[in-house]
Design a protein around this ligand. Structure first.
Ligand code: NAD
Ligand code: MLT
Length: 309
């Protein structure tokens, strides 16, 4: 009988699908160390993970029984793909389930930065009342630069256009014509986009090309007072260069949902900078998105393990 291990917290709807499938045994254990995952996997045909479980080369190597990994979410950066491929382990993800929630988180952070929502609310809770200090900036009429026009980038664009922003964008795999169909003015590269934008948001995977895509040199080209968002992967915006630019005032504010190291260290520099708005990787953390990705991951796993039957 195929056995499936769920090693990260998964929405109950997904677990139920597996439990209701005759001929599949499901075990939920979200407290395993990497060594324990490695040991446990010897007795499983499939594993469903979110971002917590790290399926490194060490964990995946020498797993004759394991056939499939389902990632409830987009990024498979916590799975060593070369090792999985070498071992004949199929790796599946659920790319669409958290698109809207992550786009909404991006816009929530843009609004919060523009209106100083967090410091203003914190001041009030502390007994204060300061209307002048927290004067904000209207988003309608401003230019939003989107780097990466895939699922989330396009969902952000659609919403920003509804907010009466001018949207410009760059993606090496999209044509200017396709971008125009979405109401986006296409830029031929990042260096062309950056100086035009009042807000910049990145929605690419983390690759050798996108690591440090927004670095000190790129920030130099930006408009003074630009606001930045990263709800994609830590490191696409260089964290040190960003801290320098926030401290110098070149960047008015930045909102990061993702970090080079998660969680970032306690003495992480951006924690101490006022205009850095930090959230702990919450883009996909809505009930709706978690249910969608869990359902899809469970269905993919069942489909794979029962194929041909
Ligand atoms: P997607 O694959 O639909 O879109 C990514 C886009 O980036 C593609 O269109 C691709 O062509 C483009 N791209 C690749 N290299 C590029 C480059 N060098 N310059 C510009 N564009 C480039 O992915 P998605 O679902 O939109 O997700 C985007 C990112 O958001 C991923 O990194 C994903 O892991 C992350 N994500 C984060 C959260 C969160 O909780 N914060 C939630 C979901 C997704
Ligand atoms: C993803 O890649 O799907 C997101 O980062 C969200 C998550 O890890 O759950």
């Amino acid at each position: 009988m195929p056995r499936v291990l769920i090693s990260d917290k998964l929405s109950p709807a997904g677990i139920e699908i597996l439990e209701k499938t005759p001929g599949i045994e499901v075990v939920v254990n979200t407290d395993l160390s990497p060594e324990q995952v490695r040991e446990e996997l010897k007795n499983f045909d499939g594993i469903i993970i979110r971002s917590g479980t790290k399926l490194t080369a060490e964990v995946l190597d020498g797993q004759p029984r394991l056939k499939a990994v389902a990632r409830a979410g987009v990024g498979v950066d916590n799975v060593d793909l070369p090792t999985a491929t070498r071992q004949g382990i199929v790796v599946m993800n659920t790319p669409a389930g958290n698109t809207i929630s992550t786009a909404e988180q991006t816009l929530a952070l843009m609004y919060a930065m523009s209106r100083n929502t967090v410091p203003a609310a914190t001041t009030m809770k502390g007994g204060g009342w300061d209307r002048k200090k927290f004067t904000g900036s209207q988003m309608a009429g401003k230019t939003l630069g989107i780097i990466g026009l895939g699922r989330i980038g396009l969902a952000v664009a659609k919403r920003a256009i509804a907010m009466e922003m001018n949207v410009i964008g760059y993606d090496p795999f999209l044509t200017a014509e396709k971008a125009a169909e979405h109401g986006i003015e296409f830029c031929s590269n990042v260096a062309d986009l950056v100086p035009q934008a009042d807000y910049i948001t990145v929605h690419t995977p983390l690759t050798d090309e996108t690591r440090g895509l927004i670095d000190a040199e790129m920030l130099e080209k930006a408009k003074p007072g630009v606001r930045l968002v990263n709800c994609a992967r830590g490191g696409i915006i260089d964290e040190d260069a960003l801290a320098d630019a926030l401290e110098s005032g070149k960047v008015a504010a930045a909102a990061l949902d993702v970090f080079t190291s998660e969680p970032p260290p306690e003495d992480f520099r951006l924690r101490t900078i006022d205009n850095a708005l930090l959230t702990p990787h919450l883009g996909a953390s809505t009930d709706e998105a978690q249910e969608l990705v869990a359902l899809e991951a469970a269905e993919l796993m069942v489909g794979y393990l029962t194929r041909g039957e």
